[in-house]
Structure formats: C-alpha cells, structure tokens
Design a protein around this ligand. Sequence first.
Ligand code: GLU
Length: 339
Amino acid sequence: MTGNRSAAVRDTAQLVSTGRLPDGRRIDALLAEAHGLFAGETSGIVADYIPALAAADPTWSALSVAEANGARHSVGDALVEFSIQSISKAFVFALVCQQIGHRRAAELVGVNNTGLPFNSVTAIELNDGHPMNPMVNAGALATTALMPGATPGAKWNAVQDGLSAFAGRRLELDIAVYESEAATNLRNKSIARLLESYGRLAFDPLQTTDVYTKQCSLNVTTEDLAVMGATLADGGVNPVTGVRVVDAEVCQHVLAAMAASGLYERSGEWLYDIGLPGKSGVSGGILTIAPGKGGLATFSPPLDPAGNSVRGVLATTWLSRTLGLNLFASADVHRTETP
Ligand code: GLU
C-alpha cells in the first residue's frame, strides 16, 4: 500500500456517517406531519400474551427524535411510559460487548438472523443449540446471563444502571408488567433451560429469565428511547448527560446486529425500505438509529403479525425518507455540491 493510499484509508476511517439532520424547526414540522398522517391508521392488535400489556390504549401514538447533539423533539403521547420490552435487548448486548468485547460476544451469542419468530425454540434446535443473535429471546437470555455480577441482584443492578445511563435518567421497573410476565413466561424459562442443556447459558436459567423479565419491564417514554438511541448514534456518549456509556466500537457492532435482526422476521423488509438499524418491542415501541445523527423513537401499541407497531413502521418509513436518514441512499455529490 502506498503512503497516499494508507493515508486515505486512515482518513476514511474517521468518517462515521455522512450528512446532517435538518434544522430543529424542520424536524418538529416533520414529526407533527408524520403524527397526523398515521394517527388514523387503526390496523394491528395490541399484544396480550403478557396479560398486563393488553391494558394499553390502542390510540396512543408518540414520536420523538433526539439529535446526536442532545436536542430533543417530540409529538403526541410522549409522556406516556411503557415497558421497554425487546428494545432492551440491544442495550444489554451493548453492555455485554463493553464487558467482554464485541468479538467474544458475537461468538457466544451470535449475530445472524434466524428467520423465525423471536421466541422460537425450533431456531435453537436447528442451530445446534446456538442462541443465534441478541435480538431474539434465546440470544437475549444468553446475553443477560453474561452481564457482570455473581448474583441475580448484582446482574439486575448492572442492567438497570446501564440502561439508565443510556437514557440519562433513572429507569424504574413497571411492577405490574413484571409480575404479569413473570407469571406467564413459561416459554422463556424453557428457552433458558434448553440453552443450558446445550451448555450455552453462562448463568442459572431461572434466575437469568427473571433478570431478563425485569429488564423488559423497565418503563420508558419515546423521549427516553430516542436519547438511548442517540447515545448509540453518538459513539457511545449520552449527548444529554455527556457521560460515556460504551465505546464507539461497541456502538458500531450493536447497530450492525440491530440492522440484521432488530425487526423480528421483517428485518430484511425493514432494511430494504428504511435502511437503518432499529429494534422493536411488543409493547409498541420502535427505536431507529441514524449513526452520527440521532435516534428516532415511535410508540403505538397495535402490532402487525410479526410484532412490530403498525403506526411505528409507517411513521418511521416516512420519516426515514423525509429526514434523509436511509444509510443506503446517496446523491450524486459531484452534481449536487456547489463549487
Ligand atoms: N418480554 C418479552 C418476551 O420475552 C419481549 C418480547 C418482545 O418485545 O419482542 O416475550
């Protein structure tokens, strides 16, 4: 490699993302427009396999953006708290990558899509007991088991403290949702036991499932989620508090895992249409990250058959285009740049 070429490669390695978000007033206007456009959409079903989730109001609808410089924008029911559910998986994976390194985390948990539902037992059997990726329940349980701490209480504290650092405020447990899921999560307990039988779970299966159930029951608003996403977009520094939560290299790999598997069996379609890493949860939240730019969070409880919020997917698809976020979209810079 010539000196010039290696200098060019070094320089390119500094470029983490291109472009900017529009100015704040334009973001506010686009969020308001997206909220109005999709508020009348009534398809989808509120999750009830965790009984407490069925109490959600199907008309709730909120959108928030947190910019990588810390500025925040919200419309709709942005003060409504809801349990974070599966969106927690991305952040616990980030904390584990920070502890044991992203390579070891990928070896132990995996980063490939299963193409099967999030709580599939078949996926574990088809893959020789490997949990496959951190965004499905098997991989999330394997990830939670890897959290630091020798006792369930210590692991839970590390999860709660870590997710709170991403959000920039203390996140609290929704006791009703936790108790409701803890009373009905036989399938997750079975998944943890199956992983144990393959020697793929680093901690006690029932205690791991309990910590995982608590992590899913932490309450957030869309603004919290947007700030959590902006922290991943900002190289691991929470742009509101200024606190470094994880290293930039961790963010890069977590975002890649989200892009591969964050939207259940619709992950490929999501990437094809929206072109961004994202993670959804069964309580109706979706978090999308534009690296270097910020986080976009949506909340609306009615879900499509794969478990993704119907209004959330519609609004994010529209905003990805109008805010100019799609990572795969490019303009012809030679023709559009002013000399
Ligand atoms: N706590 C939920 C479960 O394990 C999370 C599912 C989700 O949001 O996808 O079933």
